[in-house]
Ligand binder design. Sequence first.
Ligand SMILES: *Cc1c(COP(=O)(O)O)cnc(C)c1O
Length: 357
Amino acid sequence: MRKHIFNAGPCKLSDSLLKNTAEAILDLNGIGQSILEVSHRGKDFQAVMDETVELMKEVLSIPTGYSVLFLGGGASMQFAMIPYNFLKTKAFYVNTGTWSKKALKEAKLWGEVVEVSSEDKNYTYYPKGYDIPNDVDYVHITTNNTIRGTEIFEDLSVNAPLIADFSSDFLSRPVDVSKYAMIYGGAQKNLGPAGVTFVIIKDSLLEKVVADRKIPTMLQYGTHIDGGSMFNTPPVVNIFAVRETLKWVKSMGGVVAMEKIAKERAELLYNAIDSSNMFESPVVKEDRSRMNIVFVMKDKYKEKEADFIAFAGEKNCVGLKGHRSVGGFRASTYNASTMEDVQALVNAMKDFEAKNA
Ligand SMILES: *Cc1c(COP(=O)(O)O)cnc(C)c1O
């Protein structure tokens, strides 16, 4: 039996991805070779890459004038590549927690960083209604705070190129891509296995590359646009698996359907948390993530947290331990997560409370 997997990343992936990727590892398209054994420049893999890029454009309704790239290095490499390429004097960062902070740290190597932050309240809300200086090279946001469980559901209009780390809520709602100069993320939360990074970049952003800076070839976006994500050998299996996710999302009804299911899953779990006498959510209601549902035990039950993790495990609910920097619990309910998964967790919470409260 498949467990109810609530891991934050790597995380639950669709059954069709697992099955079809396993088959391609044994024999790609019945050609008598594994996908691990073909040339990435041969026609069989080129077809996989082309279809993956086309499906990304289709599923996310990406307008013309954008390139879709699959790179190495994770979202963490993007934290460095973005300022390396685009930060001339000043950038604006919205700091919503651990990941934004890591992005911000890299930016400070290259220029001044103006920051708005929710650190004052332990990152339990998403900053809104701030002013952005007129002279920034770009604005950087993290749309979903994977660790603290906050999320922004709106595509902002700002007066500078908007760059967004969408690692943990990618494809969970329709996005107006035209509002962004760049969208990026590690694949391992909503898109596929760890080891590939997606980058959707507006081609005109390349005009903003800092002119007099010497940037290593591999760290220039232009290199990868020109090379069709094959300047060097791409992670072929990961890209194949990403294609399977995109096909699956499309077959399920696309990002509109993903958003509907995400809302249903989150509502079921947040309602259970809010109506409980044992559990509570530290996050302000309007900013609660649909992807990473963070909750804790009320003070008088705190010492029972480990017991609940064990109890939920017996009910096949795994991956619930909160991030080591926060404690408590985190149920990550990404696209492949089902209502059955969430219902199993809600049942475990109710049973545990009935026995222990
Ligand atoms: C997981 C995560 C990252 C880090 O991704 P890597 O691919 O491991 O570098 C960055 N940003 C967010 C929002 C994440 O959830």
